[in-house]
Design a protein around this ligand. Structure first.
Ligand SMILES: *[C@@H]1O[C@H](CO)[C@@H](O)[C@H](O)[C@H]1NC(C)=O
Ligand SMILES: *[C@@H]1O[C@H](CO)[C@@H](O)[C@H](O)[C@H]1NC(C)=O
Ligand SMILES: *[C@@H]1O[C@H](CO)[C@@H](O)[C@H](O)[C@H]1NC(C)=O
Ligand SMILES: *[C@@H]1O[C@H](CO)[C@@H](O)[C@H](O)[C@H]1NC(C)=O
Ligand SMILES: CC(=O)N[C@H]1CO[C@H](CO)[C@@H](O)[C@@H]1O
Length: 176
């Protein structure tokens, strides 16, 4: 009996913040995995769209932005900017599970490893900024699939190899 009362009274509060977010739970799960891979200690007790800190201090920026669907209570992550935070992790393939993401800025961190080929399946990404990290490997040819991509910056890393011809398929590209 006591257990039932506890469940009924305590649990709704325990889950309250995450249950009031406008994000689909798939995007919340994606953010958890993305935070884990990047080494970013996002607080999932708070609503990613309303309660995460947004700040810009010198070169350090911290900004996750969501946009609501028209006439709906559902929203989506459209921008992640974590510049200049010395994040120690790797680039998460799970960004593909944020299908509305348009802007990704991870300049000036300590991210290592390679660009995940899975990023070629990002559906709406426009800007990818990875300047000044510790990335290696080469640019995956799969990025040539992203029709919406306008800007890709990878300068000041430890990357090598030729730029794949497939990037010639990027009809929207303005800056590489
Ligand atoms: C956060 O990012 C959004 C989308 O890029 C932008 O419109 C907004 O101005 C940014 N806010 C701050 C404080 O940088
Ligand atoms: C949203 O709702 C308003 C008012 O009910 C309506 O005029 C508008 O056409 C709707 N927009 C969409 C995209 O459904
Ligand atoms: C990239 O760097 C990691 C360590 O950060 C290393 O384990 C890996 O072998 C390197 N890969 C390439 C292709 O150089
Ligand atoms: C992409 O580029 C490659 C190499 O330039 C070409 O062979 C291929 O047909 C292109 N694919 C599309 C979908 O445009
Ligand atoms: C979107 C989301 O995280 N919903 C959670 C709401 O709370 C219940 C438990 O009360 C969870 O099972 C859901 O996953």
């Amino acid at each position: 009996m006591l257990l039932v009362i506890l469940c009924v009274t305590v649990l709704p509060f325990a889950f309250a913040s995450i249950n009031t977010t406008c994000l689909p739970s798939k995007e919340v799960d994606a953010l958890r995995e993305i935070g884990r891979k990047l080494g970013k200690d996002w607080d999932f007790e708070r609503d990613p769209c309303r309660d995460w800190e947004i700040s810009s201090i010198g070169e350090r920026e911290n900004n996750v932005t969501c946009i609501a669907e028209p006439n709906s209570t559902i929203c989506h992550v459209v921008s992640i900017n974590l510049q200049g935070q010395s994040l120690p992790g790797i680039l998460p393939p799970e960004l593909v599970n944020l299908p509305y993401l348009q802007n990704l800025e991870l300049n000036r961190n300590r991210l290592s490893g390679t660009i995940p080929p899975a990023w070629g399946f990002m559906e709406r990404i426009v800007n990818i900024a990875l300047l000044a990290n510790r990335l290696n490997g080469s640019i995956p040819q799969e990025l040539g699939n992203i029709r919406t991509l306008k800007s890709l910056s990878v300068e000041d890393n430890m990357m090598y190899g030729a730029i794949p011809h497939e990037l010639g398929n990027l009809t929207s590209i303005e800056r590489l």
